[in-house]
Design a protein around this ligand. Structure first.
Ligand SMILES: Cc1ncc(COP(=O)(O)O)c(C=O)c1O
Length: 480
């Protein structure tokens, strides 16, 4: 490369120098995570106000860029990598995963077809078979990587729509029978979004009620299907969740699968968060019947230390997904089409990142045993937290804790009014979050304001959970 030609990319010497600085910067950030407030102390618009409204016309130095990273961007970061980020489904990126992202961008390959990067396609095939074996998903499923669980589910449900054979691929939804998807009232709203996208509309979804543990009641599902058939509605898909978003409830997949088999309805299982725990023999009980599913979602970017984004869809009838989406264009035809896999055939997108590198680096660096040990430890800490809460006089559990998410609320003996308890718990959560020492999130279960504490971060240790409980106890005393 001619170093004097200013119209080329950053010279390799400078790339090397700045790259080393940014690796130092990143290593420093990860080493000092606990010095940052988990939730930044900024208001909407604060960050934007500090950024120039016009792009620079002339080149700027990396010193300036890194300085703005420190002074403008960092103060507006919510620190997901912080060990006391215990909100939502705490997801962390590991060192090997971060480095894989760098390599992926360095190659900048686009895996639309096999020829546009054979290694992308073949590494994805290989790593997804590894992951499939790790989770115990039978060999007759095929894996595909998408960005998020929302998109994986969209493709699972699109396959279900194709499977009813109503000619929708050709004619669209206008002449189609009225279709119905069933899921529990606790299913993630990405399922509703998939139905919006696929033309089922919100009326195309029937929410099935749940038992006291927030799990779908199979007899209610069966009743709903019968009722719909009697009205001439065509049942298209059932979505079961193992690890719902609010409370991590487990729908009884085995029983649901039997109903789906009998009724010939596509069964999609969303294990976006909890799926990784299928690696552990002691957690297999939550996955009974999963081999009977038609499609299964699991997100290594949630709890397997792979940087966002990385979601997997395993599908038992990949030919149905292919039938739903494959289209050929002259410029994408190659001599290898009959010999190789072209991932563009399995979804709405043409271009795709080299995401498989991330899972490959992560599995190789930690090893399956190392990954299992980390997940097992998270579950152990969460069970310990649940035990502390259960034994406390001023807090109570509001849901079972099958995985690593604890759902609870403060319940001082002096207060029994439900609306006062809701108010108190909302204040309590906001109070501890405002210290910057932790980030917790909430949900509502049976109308009760529920605080969720999630242990699934790579840097979380038992003492972090203890510190958060102390923070909650002290904040509750000050609010009472
Ligand atoms: C059970 C479940 N499914 C799907 C999703 C959506 O995940 P994503 O952000 O990858 O689309 C979530 C998010 O938390 C979830 O909990």
């Amino acid at each position: 490369m001619n170093e004097n030609n200013k119209n080329l990319d950053m010279p390799s010497g400078e790339f090397n120098e700045v790259g080393k600085k940014l690796i130092d910067w990143s290593a420093n950030y990860l080493a000092n995570l606990e010095s940052f407030p988990v939730l930044p102390n900024v208001k909407p618009g604060d960050i934007r106000a500090k950024l120039p409204q016009q792009p620079p016309q002339k080149s700027e130095s990396f010193e300036q860029i890194i300085s703005d990273l420190d002074n403008i961007i960092l103060p507006g970061i919510t620190h997901w990598q912080h060990p006391k980020f215990m909100a939502y489904f705490a997801s962390t990126a590991s060192g090997p995963g971060i480095l894989a992202d760098l390599v992926s961008s360095t190659f900048n390959v686009n895996g639309m077809i096999w020829r546009t990067s054979p290694s992308l396609t073949e590494l994805e095939q290989t790593v997804l078979v590894w992951y499939q074996e790790m989770l115990g998903i039978p060999k007759n499923f095929k894996g595909i990587v998408y960005d998020t669980a929302s998109v994986s589910s969209l493709h699972g449900i699109a396959s279900a729509r194709e499977y009813v054979n109503a000619g929708i691929r050709k004619k669209g939804m206008s002449g189609a029978p009225k279709l119905r998807l069933y899921c529990s009232e606790h299913a993630h709203n990405s399922i509703d979004k998939a139905c919006l996208t696929l033309g089922l509309g919100l009326d195309g979804i029937r929410k099935i009620s749940c038992d006291e543990n927030f799990a779908m009641i199979p007899s209610e599902l069966e009743r709903a299907i019968k009722e719909d058939r009697a009205k001439g509605i065509l049942p298209m898909c059932v979505v079961a969740t193992i690890g719902t978003t609010s409370s991590t409830a487990v729908d009884p997949v085995d029983e649901i699968a039997e109903i789906c088999e009998k009724e010939n309805i596509w069964l999609h299982v969303d294990t976006a968060y909890a799926g990784v725990t299928a690696m552990l023999p002691e957690m297999k009980k939550y996955f009974a019947g999963i081999e009977k599913a038609d499609s299964i979602v699991s997100n290594p970017h949630k709890w397997l230390f792979v940087p966002i984004d990385f979601s997997t869809l395993y599908i038992r009838k990949p030919e149905v997904l292919k039938r739903a989406f494959s289209l050929s264009a002259e410029y994408l035809k190659t001599a290898e089409d009959s010999l190789a896999e072209n991932y563009m055939d399995y979804g709405i997108q043409l271009g795709r990142r080299f995401r498989a590198l991330k899972l490959w680096f992560v599995i190789r660096y930690f090893g399956v045993e190392g990954l299992k040990a980390r997940i097992r430890e998270h579950i152990r800490i969460a069970q310990q937290v649940a035990k502390w809460i259960d034994e406390s006089d001023s807090f109570e559990l509001l849901a079972p804790t099958p995985f690593s998410t604890v759902c609870f609320r403060a319940k001082p003996q002096s207060i029994s009014d439900e609306s006062k308890l809701n108010e108190l718990n909302e204040k309590l959560m906001n109070e501890v979050n405002s210290t910057g020492k932790v980030l917790l999130s909430h949900t509502k279960l049976n109308g009760k304001f529920t605080i969720r504490l999630v242990i699934s971060g790579l840097r979380q240790e038992e003492h972090h959970a203890k510190e958060v409980l102390e923070l909650l106890i002290n904040a509750l005393e000050s609010l009472e």
